[in-house]
Design a protein around this ligand. Structure first.
Ligand code: TYM
Length: 343
């Protein structure tokens, strides 16, 4: 039996949401509602792999759920919830901890970046992070995961875990009546101009929730003045805009601003260069600032309204968790059975 077309994605409540999260992830979640069953999670259990002040964790959890809705997700069509409300995520991640190998985890570049020289001192959870991520995705037998480029390696590992589980338990999976694999081999959905939005100050650094420089990052809650100021002060090079995409090679700051424009305008990089090629930054930056304000301000306003209504947000998250459980619980029953747990 083919797998139901189902999309899962998640965002960590570990800092203020920024333009990279919006263009690389949230904005792309919306049209998938027309073609897939869609599940969008606030992954609070992932957030605590590094220390989070409990009050900040709670505030960011509401902020991300609000951003999902403000960006156009319909909580009736999509399942929107926070991970810790569906305990099956934790249960499946334990089983995956026993499927995945230490070496697989040790190769993860995000772990190496975060642990740095200090790998003896980071939490055990940070090491096992990708196993919980695989559990998020596979608990729902998700067939596609929209993410930015930085998550590609984690999704390869998710596929490795699915393959090893399908292989190790082949007999039990057959005995349960499945002709083929139990878990799908999930596809990474990562295409478009802004899969890796870079810092506005350094085109070689990814825009991230944890950047110390405020001017490098456009936050979803920034007001129009802050957005305009950050774009106008963004680092560029002395050349103007090229007429073709090849002219952006080895010019990371220029390439980044053009990619941001393309993603915000829903155009290709070529179409943006057809309009602005040959002009200087003095013309392009104000146009980009206007576009960014036009697109982002309504989202920020709606986010502010929603985070102010915790009763409504709690209701949406509880309802989402209930609908998520309706899929997760029967799957988890089967998985326990496959593994050989007595119930
Ligand atoms: P997180 O919270 O770091 O980021 C959330 C989403 O935003 C994307 N993103 C970016 N895209 C483009 N440019 C950037 N500068 C940029 N920064 C972040 C990320 O690629 C991501 O899509 N491990 C995940 C959360 C997670 C998850 C999952 C995702 C947990 N379980 C299951 C998908 C499926 C993370 O830390 O994302």
């Amino acid at each position: 039996m083919p797998f139901t077309p189902r999309v899962f994605s998640g965002i960590k409540p570990s800092g203020d949401l920024h333009l990279g999260n919006y263009l690389g992830a949230i904005r792309r979640f919306v049209p998938l509602q027309d073609t897939h069953q869609t599940i969008y999670c606030v992954v609070d259990m992932h957030a605590i792999t590094v220390w989070q002040e409990p009050e900040d964790l709670r505030r960011w959890t509401y902020e991300i759920a609000a951003a999902y809705i403000a960006a156009g997700l319909d909580p009736k069509r999509s399942i929107i919830f926070n991970q810790s409300q569906v305990v099956e995520h934790a249960e499946l991640s334990w089983i995956f901890n026993c499927v995945a190998r230490m070496g697989w985890m040790a190769r993860m570049t995000q772990f190496k970046d975060k642990a740095g020289e200090n790998s003896e001192q980071v939490s055990l959870g940070l090491f096992a992070y990708p196993s919980l991520m695989a559990a998020d995705i596979l608990l729902y037998k998700s067939t596609g995961v929209p993410v930015g480029d930085d998550q590609r390696q984690h999704l390869e590992l998710t596929r490795d875990i699915a393959k090893k589980f399908n292989h190790d338990f082949r007999k039990q999976i057959r005995d349960l009546g499945f002709e083929e694999d139990y878990f799908p081999i999930t596809e990474t959905l990562s295409t478009g101009p802004a899969m890796r939005v870079m810092s506005l100050r350094d085109g070689k650094k990814k825009m991230s929730k944890s950047d110390a420089s405020d001017m490098s990052t456009i936050y979803m809650m920034d007001d129009a003045d802050a957005i305009s100021k950050k774009i106008k002060k963004a680092t560029t090079d002395p050349e103007g805009l090229p007429t073709e995409a090849a002219g952006l090679e080895n010019r990371p700051e220029a390439a980044n601003l053009v990619a941001i424009y393309a993603a915000l305008a829903d155009k290709s990089v070529d179409a943006v260069l057809a309009e602005f090629g040959g002009h200087g930054w003095g013309k392009f930056k104000p146009a980009l600032a206007d576009l960014a304000v036009t697109v982002l301000s309504p989202v920020a306003n709606e986010m502010k309204r929603l985070v102010g209504d915790r009763g409504e947000m709690d209701r949406i998250l509880r309802d989402g968790a209930e609908r998520a459980r309706a899929i997760a619980v029967p799957h988890m029953e089967e998985i326990r059975n496959i593994v050989g747990f007595v119930r």
